[in-house]
Design a protein around this ligand. Structure first.
Ligand SMILES: Cc1ncc(COP(=O)(O)O)c(C=O)c1O
Length: 394
């Protein structure tokens, strides 16, 4: 065949992180079948959906099975009942006023983070390093020039725009962050909003972990004055209500976002209407239930379970004097490796000596070298056992 391919795919860095983790764990287990390995590398939730969500979805299934209540294609931007529930959620939780038309229901924050690139031209892109890989790879696939912003131990993995050359960028921010668990406070996030307003940049704010915020750090970028004129927000029910296998998220594109006289909201509406046929009714009914009072209460209990795990780990690291970020307003704990080992050396040390699996930080970018990600998504019993083992090793 002689059709042309998208050569930008050649520019992607081969992502062998999770396959390499899997390979090394498998090899170790085969050699040591009697050893119990504890997995603290899990980036997926492990607790089931809450009962209100299950009930709502069961009710929706029954509706779909009756002629009088059957529904075909859902609206591309989401059913009004869910868009309204999302607007109410922002008002109640973040004191943020949104219009229903600002809300686009989707099948995942990952898809939206990747697809949003399509409505922009060839702008310079700013992405923190280390980073959730989707921002980087979707821009590389589109042939964009990416500039990395250093997130390091020195800035507690919360880079600021200070010193960045003024230009009109697309800026990706994620807070609470994956992989570092670091969370911007109002001042830190305001610095980015001010920079964007001053330079004519646009922020894409990924708030997938907003429900883990414990203090008064912003859960939505729209808590910062001026953000509606310079930011898109992408959020998900994956980590708050356990929807990783159900799939429901949303993008907020305020109608104040006008570039070259064109509304970003309208561009995204057109993109979605052209390429997306909506999220299933059954899923949206579950999502609505998750965002109502009882759903939020039940999600809070699940998050509290993960946070109890996180606290076991952070208490140990504090006791041992190990530098870490995250673990308080986040399910991720980002720790310095022992004795300045590389991330992979520390991975092998943990696996071989105490049979604990985490994720090497270097897999998330060059500034992740020398760091290691643990997660709180395991069981309480396993985390407790892991802490005992780590106590001996660190
Ligand atoms: C920062 C961040 N954004 C987005 C996602 C993906 O969310 P979804 O399951 O809604 O696609 C994840 C999942 O791990 C994530 O860590």
């Amino acid at each position: 065949m002689s059709v042309k391919l998208n050569d930008h795919f050649d520019d992607l860095v081969k992502n062998y992180l999770f396959s390499e983790v899997g390979k090394r764990v498998k090899a170790y287990q085969e050699k040591n079948p009697d050893k119990k390995i504890i997995r603290l590398g899990i980036g997926d939730v492990t607790l089931p959906l809450s009962t209100v969500v299950v009930n709502a979805m069961q009710g929706a299934v029954l509706e779909m099975g009756m002629k009088s209540t059957f529904k075909g294609y859902p609206p591309e931007y989401g059913y009004d009942f869910l868009r309204k529930a999302i607007v109410d959620y922002y008002l109640k939780n973040d004191n943020v006023n949104l219009d229903m038309e600002d809300v686009f229901v989707s099948d995942g924050a990952k898809s939206d983070c990747g697809n949003i690139v399509e409505i922009f031209g060839d702008n310079p892109i700013l992405i923190p390093d280390p980073v959730y890989p989707v921002y980087m790879d979707s821009n590389i696939m589109a042939g964009r020039k990416v500039t990395l912003v250093n997130a390091t131990k020195e800035n507690f993995f919360l880079p600021s725009p200070e010193g960045i050359k003024e230009d009109s960028y697309i800026i990706y921010l994620c807070s609470p962050n994956n992989p570092t668990g670091a969370v911007y406070d109002h001042k830190g996030l305001k610095a980015w909003v001010d920079f964007a307003l001053k330079t004519g940049s646009l922020i894409i704010f990924d708030s997938a972990y907003e429900s883990y915020v414990e203090g008064d750090e912003p859960r939505s970028i729209y808590e910062i004055e001026g953000a509606k004129a310079c930011a898109i927000e992408i959020c998900s029910l994956s980590k708050s209500a356990g929807f990783t296998g159900v799939r429901c998220s949303w993008a907020i594109i305020p109608n104040q976002l006008i570039i070259e006289g064109k509304s970003l909201n309208q561009l995204w509406a057109r993109r979605q209407a052209t390429k997306f046929n909506g999220v299933p009714y059954i899923v949206q009914k579950g999502a609505e239930a998750a965002l109502k009072e009882e759903g939020l209460r039940q999600s809070k209990e699940t998050i509290a379970y993960y946070k109890r795990n996180a606290k076991l780990l952070t208490d140990l690291l504090t006791k041992k004097g190990v530098f870490f970020t995250g673990g308080i307003s986040s399910p991720y704990i980002w720790m310095k490796t022992k004795d300045d080992m590389t991330s992979w050396e520390f991975f092998d040390e943990l696996l071989s000596k105490v049979q604990i699996v985490g994720t090497p930080g270097s897999g998330f970018g060059k500034n992740g070298e020398g760091f290691f990600r643990l997660t709180a998504f395991g069981s309480y019993e396993d985390t407790l056992e892991a802490v005992k083992r780590l106590d001996e090793l660190l």
